[in-house]
Design a protein around this ligand. Sequence first.
Ligand code: ZN
Ligand code: ZN
Length: 432
Amino acid sequence: MKNRVAVFLLLASAAWAQSAPSAAEIDAIYPDIEALYIDLHRNPELSLQEQKTAAKMADGLRQLGFEVTSGVGGHGVVGVLRNGTGPTLMVRTDMDGLPVEEQTGLPYASRVKVKDASGAEVGVMHACGHDVHMAAWLGTARLLAKSKQSWRGTLVMIAQPAEEIVTGARAMIDAGLFTKFPRPDFALAIHDLADLPAGKAGYASGYMLANADSVDITIFGKGGHGAWPHTTIDPIVIAARTIVSLQTIVAREVDPINPAVITVGSTHGGTKHNIIPDQVHLQLTVRSFKDEVRKHLLSAIERVTRAEAAAAGAPTPPAVKVTPGVTATYNDPKLTMRLAGALRRNLGEANVVEVPPKMGSEDFSEFGRAGIPAVMLWVGAAEPAKVEAAKASGTPLPSLHSATFAPDRERTLRTAVMAETAAALELLGRSP
Ligand code: ZN
Ligand code: ZN
């Protein structure tokens, strides 16, 4: 009996051993991963301009024996590696940097400056850590390509452009990602997190990131002299009332257990102390998780805005223009718990944490919306000692998109590769 238990444990541990790369395997490729990271960090490209970055991703996959297609939905890259009968897994990295002038002072800081879409010169930085994602993604591709005996199925590695303007995922789907290439059974991605200690990975089951929409409102009045307000219809007063009334939508109309945000981030109207202008322009960001909450917020904004203008006797109803942004990122709960288990076995129980949902957004959501069970995992990027110091002092660490965001390089990269590879092997490493 005792022996039988021992044999069972041995077999079980042999099966688990296949689910992760060993420390030695990661050591062997780490110098290349770091060199690639530093190169990408020094040479960021803005959304829709990721030409050189995409070429590096495509070359990397080609050297590993993937069938590679470039130019999928802009600068998107798709690499396919077939390895017998089994599930199809898609692993996604994003590629774009941000119009931020880096101020980390690192020896490999970006000094890149380019012209943005409006022709203005801007600094460019990997301030969201997409360089971490790419380095880990190629590391994962390399480990999986090397260990084909420990998994079965089809691996589809995609490098997605234009995440920061949330159009790249949709563009790749529209270009045939799921029709011209093997349709995935699962989609996986990682994202670094600026306040999670490096060495840890995190997960959110269900909603992880929010729906995000923009609304532009123009309120029309009737301008005139500031000293004769009775001859005018003052759009500044209408705008002020509208801004206050908009606050009641989340506070009074949305079930308190459903997160929602309406922020008026910009208000512009008028030129001078004593002139009542003809119009005022407001710009809003609107965030939520559930579809029905999103729909309610957008229609309530229009209703409240029109009613305030009508109450003031505005000559023309306000113009309310909704620019749909991106849908909420929803992690398939069953798949999330399965991957969280794989992470715990490989990184250790203490290094895997549940991360509450955030009101930021990501277009990785598009793959889930297209019907693919999808999970995005968090990977810590903060130096652990700095996290402790930030907690003690109450001063938050630089967030993603900050000019001073600098991942704790080696720990972040190693954990990112380990987490991504362990998650991939969890899904491909057993018979379906
Ligand atoms: Zn970002
Ligand atoms: Zn990002």
